[in-house]
Design a protein around this ligand. Sequence first.
Ligand SMILES: O=C(O)c1ccccc1NCC(=O)[C@H](O)[C@H](O)COP(=O)(O)O
Length: 213
Amino acid sequence: MPVQTKICGLSTPETLGAAVAHGAAYVGFVFFAKSPRNLDFDRAAALAALIPGHVRKVGVLVNPDDAFVDRAVAAAGLDILQLHGAEPPERAAVLARRHGIGIWKAIPVKARADLAAAARYRDAADHILYDAKTPDEADLPGGMGLRFDWHLLEGFRHPLPWALSGGLDARNLAEAVGVTGADLVDTSSGVETSPGVKDVDKIAAFLQSASQL
Ligand SMILES: O=C(O)c1ccccc1NCC(=O)[C@H](O)[C@H](O)COP(=O)(O)O
């Protein structure tokens, strides 16, 4: 089965177009004010209108309240909510019921013990997104180009379908997939020239690399 891809933190028609043209299965919009990739709802709506139906729209949110989720879902026609904060399983389940869309829960990973949190979401999420834990003092819980030790996933019994994230780029993707066995991968910084500035050539190279796995 080919490796599926999500390009996260897209914010321009050109880079969104590159992700779609080169085969991304998922595109991610970040709704988090501290992020250099943050979108307002109007911009998200304009970008979402450019996305063909076979590409899934993922909204990345951090501890959002109901009103914020309502606005993000309505603006961008989201297919999936990626919960990237400290949302407990009960909150994820409420959002799944309220919106009737997919839920991906990000699990921050630095040590093997961190993986245990994934099982708590068995009845509340569709996918787990393993991402590198960012430093306590960081402004962002993701999107920092950090990777975790992929060998931590070796032999781990995943409670749900899952995606690998954190510091992936066109050069390290084959090794990351080889070590972890991931069939869904996510990147943001690895296809940028600076935080928040996506690059069409890097997007193309990442997706080309994934297509050869
Ligand atoms: O990308 C952000 O700015 C961001 C902000 C707040 C929460 C999550 C965020 N990104 C989530 C993603 O899905 C990223 O693709 C993932 O963390 C990997 O990022 P990177 O290591 O930069 O490839």
